[in-house]
Design a binder for this molecule. Structure first.
Ligand code: KG4
Ligand code: ZN
Length: 358
């Protein structure tokens, strides 16, 4: 019987210290033997956002314990592993160094192959941990730092067809939570308090909604939330504004997803079982899931969402990306380093900043 690859994955790109042991299944999916995540919510709560130096220190304090826990829960030892994968970017460089260095050290001492992983590739491949999906598929990657539509043509082969030109969707949720004083972390709290509000109370802008293509722009929406927040008189007004914000994001994503689906079908002509995959922290949002599932039914796409434990940052998606790279013999160069910016589609133009023409 062919040996099943087993990897340790380490993730420290932002405010989650995470480690996981993952074993491949014979049908193209994976068995997650352990998935340990230590969130730094308590450390960053009083600042209303992630403070890089505090995050890095918390990673240093926790990472060895989290790795030991992941190994213990999986009942594996370092000698049982085929490789070690660690996030090498994009993210906060001071944080990336922590997981990358410890992963590299373990691999040197354990004489295992080391895989520096692109965090976005981890998110992009995360749905195939639990689902059999064939390439190519359409991916909406929505996290705190990124919001992109990508055609995932294969491992290491990504075409970006849309991106945000200013704020990421998760960032807009976080900023809205801060404006409305809903607490940290922003996304889950906006979702929670939206349930108490009326989504039809406020009419908010949908920037560049009628422009061709599937780029997103959310800065104007956030500014309007700020403006309208000045006239808030009660908690009910806050919940109404949160609900209206979330509903506006939903409308934008519904419209742009339909455009992205058309673009995908134009590019991928000979495929019958089209899948639409949503990954990243925002993919945990139930309203967005439900709404995008409806679009999939309308447009005849199979909707694929990772379980919530694989939506936010985790080590399993990093281990899984490592396993797939190992199988394709995509080994890294010796002098690979961590980096704050690392686009999945290296040919896609950088679309951010003032005065941008799109
Ligand atoms: O993928 P992730 O854990 O980290 C990054 O790579 O950025 O995504 C974190 C983002 C945060 O902005 C967070 O507020 C958002 O995902 N998020 C949500 C929800 N859960 C997390 N946004 C909306 N609704 C949620 N339920
Ligand atoms: Zn992430």
């Amino acid at each position: 019987m062919k040996k099943k690859l087993t990897f340790l994955g380490i993730e420290t790109s932002c405010d989650e210290t995470a480690a996981s042991v993952v074993q491949e299944n014979s049908n193209g999916t994976a068995k997650v033997l352990s998935n340990v995540v230590s969130s730094q919510i308590r450390e960053h709560k009083k600042f209303g956002g992630v403070v890089p130096e505090i995050a890095a220190r918390a990673h240093v304090e926790n990472v060895d314990f989290i790795i030991k826990e992941a190994l213990k829960k999986s009942k594996k030892k370092i000698k049982d592993l085929d490789g070690i994968a660690a996030t090498a970017g994009p993210g906060l460089v001071v944080c990336l160094h922590v997981g990358y260095n410890i992963g590299k050290s373990i691999s040197e001492f354990g004489e295992k192959k080391f895989f520096p992983i692109n965090h976005l590739e981890g998110h992009a491949l995360s749905p195939s941990i639990e689902n059999k999906i064939s390439f190519p598929y359409l991916l909406l990657l929505v996290s705190g730092g990124h919001s992109q539509y990508l055609i995932v043509k294969g491992l290491n082969n990504y075409k970006r067809i849309g991106t945000t030109i200013d704020d990421a969707v998760g960032e807009a949720f976080d900023k809205t939570a801060r404006i409305l004083n809903l607490g940290y972390p922003g996304g889950p709290n906006v979702e929670k308090f939206s349930k108490l509000g009326n989504k039809n109370s406020y009419d908010l802008p949908q920037p560049i909604i009628n422009r061709a293509g599937c780029n997103l722009s959310l800065a104007g929406l956030k500014t309007d939330v700020l403006r309208k927040s000045k006239n808030i008189k009660s908690d009910q007004d806050r919940y109404n504004l949160a609900a209206s914000f979330q509903d506006t994001i939903n409308k934008i994503l519904r419209k742009k997803t339909e455009v992205a689906m058309k673009m995908f079908l134009d590019e991928v002509t000979n495929k019958h079982d089209n899948s639409f995959v949503v990954a990243g922290g925002v993919a945990a949002n139930e309203t967005i899931r439900k709404s995008l599932k409806e679009i999939c039914e309308k447009r005849n796409f199979k909707a694929v969402f990772p379980s919530k434990e694989f939506c936010g940052d985790n080590g399993a998606m990093i281990a899984w990306a490592g396993i797939q790279r190992y199988k394709k013999k995509l080994f890294s160069k010796k002098d690979e380093i961590v980096r704050s910016r690392w686009p999945l589609d290296k040919y896609a133009p950088f679309l951010k900043g003032p005065g941008l023409k799109i």
